[in-house]
Design a protein around this ligand. Structure first.
Ligand code: NAP
Length: 286
């Protein structure tokens, strides 16, 4: 019987592991991904973590993991498939490997990128359609790329791609960006980035790889084809709540309802990081 099982090893899970170790709890961190760190592993630069300006996301993730390791946190590679509450109020965490009995649980499974659901998105995935500019951007050096979205990720992606690409279109469905002001300014000042306002992607075309994208202006209804080698989709995140959405209360978008005390609707089960209902999703708030 463990004191605690932490599910997920992004910034929230790793911070929980550091605190749990210092509290001398008997616990384990279960991680599904081949590597700790969550979404920041794919982030080129995390420029708002206090004390570490311009930090590379992967390096920050490794530093968090190194901190937890140094304190002696236990990690197991396993995919959780279910949580069962027992009559005595303790829990059974069921995984594809071992099962764990525990008194408490921290859900820190984070979130992953949302899909748009347009024709060509699935069929050309990996052939020019991508959800990770830092992973795939290098393939499009001196080429044209389109980024869809107006949030922080889309702006960061556009800026990252503009380093190597010859041209970057940022396609946003409104006439105002959502992302942080400092990123907005950098995007607007970048000569290689052209913003297509009030516009949505309706189709991605290409036989073996991305060749064109159909872009529709939502105000005028006009549609045009834009030649491009890549389409990077950054239209938000979906919480990884598959095995808990019927176990704890979630909101309309699937995020786990929990306040600043992280307590969910089930006593003994807590939620931390991007998976939780909150106003601001950042590493520092995770
Ligand atoms: P986000 O902030 O939710 O932005 C998603 C963007 O995609 C919005 O501009 C949205 O348009 C657009 N969008 C959503 N659905 C769409 C659709 N069907 N068609 C066209 N456009 C669509 O998501 P995110 O950029 O992935 O960021 C996720 C979270 O991580 C946010 O809380 C963000 O602040 C945080 N984050 C922070 C940093 C940082 O601080 N440096 C870096 C990365 C991420 P609307 O604007 O019209 O809604």
């Amino acid at each position: 019987m463990k004191d605690l099982v932490i599910i997920g090893s992004g910034p929230a899970g790793l911070a929980a592991a550091i605190y749990a170790r210092r509290a001398e709890l008997d616990f384990v961190v279960l991680e599904k991904a081949p590597m700790s760190g969550g979404q920041i592993v794919d982030t080129y630069e995390v420029d708002n973590y206090p004390g570490l300006p311009g930090m590379n996301g992967f390096d920050l993730a490794m530093a968090f993991r190194g901190h937890a390791d140094k304190l002696g946190a236990a990690f197991e590679s396993a995919e959780v498939t279910a949580i069962e509450k027992k009559e005595d109020g303790t829990f059974l965490v069921v995984t594809d490997k071992d099962n764990y009995e525990t008194k408490t649980i921290i859900l820190a499974m984070g979130a992953s990128h949302a899909q748009l659901g347009v024709p060509g998105e699935d069929s050309l995935r990996g052939s020019g359609v991508s959800y990770c500019a830092t992973c795939d951007g290098a393939f499009f050096r001196d080429k044209t790329a389109i980024v869809i979205g107006g949030g922080d990720v889309a702006l960061e992606d556009a800026l990252f791609l503009a380093r190597g690409c010859s041209k970057v279109y940022l396609v946003h469905r409104r006439d105002e960006l959502r992302g942080t002001m400092i990123l907005q300014k950098q995007v607007k000042e970048n000569d290689k980035i052209e913003i297509l306002w009030d516009s949505v992607l309706t189709e991605i075309e290409g036989s073996a790889k991305v060749e064109k994208a159909r872009i529709k202006n939502v105000k005028t209804g006009d549609e045009k084809e834009v030649e491009t080698d890549a389409v990077f989709i950054a239209v938000g995140i979906v919480p990884a709540t598959d095995f808990v959405k019927d176990f704890v209360k979630v909101d309309a978008k699937g995020f786990i309802e929990a306040g600043e005390d992280m307590a969910t609707s089930v006593p003994g089960v807590f939620a931390a990081g991007d998976i939780r209902t909150k106003r601001l999703r950042q590493v520092i708030t995770a």
